[in-house]
Design a protein around this ligand. Structure first.
Ligand SMILES: *Cc1c(COP(=O)(O)O)cnc(C)c1O
Length: 383
């Protein structure tokens, strides 16, 4: 078998070598608890603050506005529940979208059980929310609007800059799950008027279990984990220094290589899309032709099962995804594909290929050939 062609970067990414190297000293040598009072502990405290500053700078934020978490799901849970709890005297209405990640959707579900009311915005057939619908959904008692920056399944980029301005004008807090956008596209809190931003380290070649929540100064939010005074009393627990250092290194490299990656990935991704649409019959591209993450391609192949296609691709060394990774193993069609108007059968015939900048033309040509064969053979089998 050929070597693995990894096209599932929206699920997770391979940590960069420099990231792993930056982490090692904090696992092997500087293992002390950052709160202790001797040299190797102080070294920990210092590198955590340096990492916080580095990450704040990538967003045009202040160090005090960055809170480290153990990933994107935690940041999403904290943003929603922390704001809901802190502002419950003001109101109990929250607005989000039908295409959010389950970390947001299931936090909303939990809040509904706790007596909050949630409005789920529709998206158009390309996956974008409509700003008029957002405007109309805002009420006296709305305390939070949460709209993802870019969708993890179909790659659609949402109008979060405009949505955040609307929220601000109406005096409502705005959160965005930017797990898919941070490190891939430029983001700056001086332009993006969000109050809260969720980020995950392992989506931009940092370590799994790292992440942060940006909280704009003055935002009313409750602590998420009670305990020691870590993260200024907002998120207790002995700091995972190695993960924090690794994520900061990944952020630094993501920013430094961003322009190159955007150009390269867009070019390669467009080539892949063009060939698949031209050479495979009865296929549709899901998502937006223009407002789209450079790394994302998502298709539906009429008359096949996405899961069966994945198995055939896997046998040829190609890693992709049918639906989002978090829902793999359950047969429910993707809530995102349903929200853009697909019927269940079409939604179950989907394939997401998410690339990084290292993919070559030769690999893409191989993938297209295998896809052609596999789709044809599955269609012949099902008659
Ligand atoms: C991956 C992902 C998450 C979850 O992040 P974890 O660090 O894996 O918890 C949340 N939102 C989106 C959009 C994602 O793609």
């Amino acid at each position: 078998m050929e070597r693995t062609i990894y096209m599932d970067n929206a699920a997770t990414t391979k940590p960069r070598k420099e990231v792993v190297e930056a982490m090692m000293p904090y696992l092997e040598e500087y293992y002390a608890n950052p709160s202790s009072m001797y040299g190797i502990a102080m070294e920990n405290q210092k590198v955590i603050q340096d990492s916080r500053k580095l990450i704040a700078d990538t967003l045009g934020a202040e160090s005090e506005e960055i809170y480290f978490t153990a990933g994107g799901s935690e940041a999403d849970n904290w943003a929603l529940k922390g704001v809901a709890h802190a502002n419950r005297e003001k109101g109990r209405h929250i607005i989000t979208t039908k295409i959010e990640h389950h970390a947001v959707l299931n936090s909303c579900k939990q809040l509904e059980e706790d007596g909050y009311e949630v409005t789920y915005l529709n998206v158009d057939e390309k996956g974008r929310i409509r700003l008029e619908e957002l405007e109309d959904a805002i009420r006296e008692d709305t305390i939070l609007i949460s709209v993802m920056a870019a969708n993890n399944e179909i790659g659609t980029i949402e109008p979060v800059w405009e949505a955040a301005r609307i929220a601000k004008a109406r005096g409502v807090l705005f959160h965005t799950d930017a797990v898919q956008m941070y490190g891939q596209m430029p983001m700056d809190v001086r332009q993006l008027q969000a109050d809260l931003i969720s980020v995950s380290g392992h989506k931009f070649r940092g370590p799994r279990g790292s992440g942060f929540l940006y909280v704009r100064k003055g935002t009313k939010i409750c602590p998420f984990i009670n305990g020691g005074g870590q993260e200024r009393g907002m998120r207790a627990g002995t700091e995972n220094t190695a993960a924090i250092v690794g994520m900061a290194k990944a952020a630094e490299l993501a920013i430094r290589t961003m322009n190159y990656r955007i150009r390269k990935e867009t070019y390669q991704r467009n080539y892949l899309i063009r060939r698949i649409l031209n050479e495979i019959p009865r296929v549709r591209l899901n998502g937006h032709p223009y407002y789209r993450l450079p790394s994302n391609a998502n298709f539906c192949f009429e008359g096949i099962e996405g899961e069966s296609l994945l198995i055939l691709l896997e046998m040829k060394g190609i890693c992709g995804s049918a639906g989002s990774a978090c829902t793999t193993g359950n047969t429910e069609p993707s809530h995102v594909l349903i929200a853009i108007g697909l019927d269940e059968q079409t939604a179950n015939a989907s394939l997401r290929l998410s690339i990084n900048e290292d993919i070559t033309r030769k690999e893409l040509d191989y993938v297209v050939e295998i896809l052609k064969e596999s789709v044809q053979s599955l269609r012949e089998k099902s008659g």
